[in-house]
Design a protein around this ligand. Structure first.
Ligand code: APR
Ligand code: PHB
Length: 391
């Protein structure tokens, strides 16, 4: 089988890349290790920057997002017994869109299948070959057990942090930068109406907590826990009690409780691979970088890579211009590092690190007071949160 762009991974990166190429008349084939049901049920973050929601409209798949997504014009930060609002709209002119990542995935998979375009789900033993030559290949065993090979002009490495594309680049060509945090997030999805119209990020003496949502009936909540914590030690009652303690700062406001329909613990890391291209392989999204979820940047950074990569591939196919492909890594990295900085900064400002002493704690509270109390401070936070402008 032959195609123009072979794409490994049907997460937000791979699906968006395939869609943007399709609209430019460029063919692609997606190879995905998991089943359609699995990727459509996998719960991930749910905040889209302003421009990502607009891009979703531009590629023709924004209808359900506009109907069911929740537009937020602000967020709240809770610390030292008070809650302060960051007015994103007033400070930046922009809002954010709360729409579950798996809903985005569902919309893109449905459109691709409706258009009769290929996605190979449940592909096993996926490997890539000849990335340094003119005709790279993706090999895999399809879900019926048959060996398959796709010959491509280019490969989009959209297979996430644990994928096979990044490790296919020779180790001496990789420059990796990483930090692992001394805490993790315990996340739940609850059948309960959100207790507030907006997201609440809370810095509490017991640790960080976050109130988010998916719909008027579904609340998404998170608690900072030790990185090696065991989910079995967190029965629902204990989770609710800790959420009430960490999120309830004033009077009679309480977190609305309801049946917990999903829970899990996710470790937190920051990671950047500075080589996003090797030969005809281009990495995009989590295969090239990871952010801790505190800044809600994961999916947005993936979309930013894909926007540049789709543009570069379009230039190449339309006019033979390879400047965008050659400059791909250099164009992506400044935005990636700014989002890494923001996510790292939000993380250290909002969590309690076990090694922090009383001095560090006082500095943290002063930092929160400054960035929520000063207009200049709040604007710096807001412009990063809604997404920095391109170039
Ligand atoms: N072969 C084929 N597919 C693979 C392989 C493999 N060897 N390994 C992983 N995959 C698939 C995964 O099953 C997943 O569907 O690649 C996809 C990668 O998707 P994501 O992990 O969602 O990464 P990406 O598309 O870059 O999206 C980034 O996802 O993790 C979140 O918070 C992150 O929001 C960010 C977004
Ligand atoms: C979420 O809704 O899952 C969410 C929101 C904001 C974050 C992280 C996750 O910073």
């Amino acid at each position: 089988m032959k195609t123009q762009v072979g794409i490994v991974g049907a997460g937000p990166s791979g699906l968006l890349l395939a869609r943007m190429l399709q609209l430019q008349g460029i063919e692609s084939v997606i190879v995905e290790a998991r089943s359609r049901d699995y990727i459509e049920a996998r719960i991930r973050a749910g905040v889209m920057e302003h421009w990502v929601a607009e891009l979703t409209d531009e590629v023709g798949l924004g209808a359900r997002m506009r109907r069911e997504g929740l537009v937020h014009e602000g967020l709240e930060i809770s610390f030292a017994g008070q809650r302060r609002r960051i007015d994103l709209k007033a400070l930046t002119g922009k809002s954010i869109m709360v729409y579950g990542q798996q809903e985005f995935v569902k919309d893109f998979v449905a459109a691709r299948l409706e258009d009769g375009l290929p996605i190979h789900f449940e592909a096993a033993d996926v490997s890539i070959h000849d990335i340094e030559g003119d005709s790279p290949k993706i090999r895999f065993t399809d879900k019926d057990g048959a060996p398959r090979e796709i010959q491509c002009d280019f490969i989009g490495g959209c297979d996430g942090f644990h994928g096979i594309c990044r490790p296919s680049i020779p180790a001496d060509r990789l420059a990796n930068f990483e930090t692992v945090y001394p805490y993790a997030w315990l996340g739940i999805l609850a059948q309960a109406a959100p207790s507030s119209d907006e997201l609440i990020y809370s810095n509490h003496d017991n640790g960080f907590a976050l109130h988010s949502m998916r719909s008027p009936e579904l609340t998404r909540l998170y608690l900072q826990v030790p990185p090696d914590d065991d989910i079995n030690l967190w029965p629902d009652d204990r989770i609710w009690e800790e959420l009430q303690t960490r999120l309830t700062q004033d009077g009679d406001w309480r977190v609305t409780e309801g049946p917990v329909i999903q829970k899990g613990i996710t470790p937190m890391r920051s990671f950047v691979c500075e080589t996003m291209r090797h030969g005809r392989l281009f990495l995009a999204g989590d295969s090239a970088h990871i952010v801790p979820p505190t800044g809600a940047k994961g999916m947005n950074l993936a979309a930013a890579d894909v926007k540049l990569l789709a543009g570069a591939l379009t230039d190449f196919y339309k006019s033979g211009d390879s400047a965008g492909l050659d400059g791909y890594t250099a164009r992506c990295l400044p935005r990636i590092w700014k989002a890494e900085r923001f996510s790292w900064w939000m993380t250290q400002m909002l969590h309690l690190a076990p090694q922090n002493d009383d001095f560090a704690r006082r500095i943290q509270l002063a930092e929160l007071d400054y960035f929520t109390g000063s207009e200049a401070g709040a604007r710096a936070l807001a412009e990063n949160y809604v997404g920095l402008p391109f170039d």
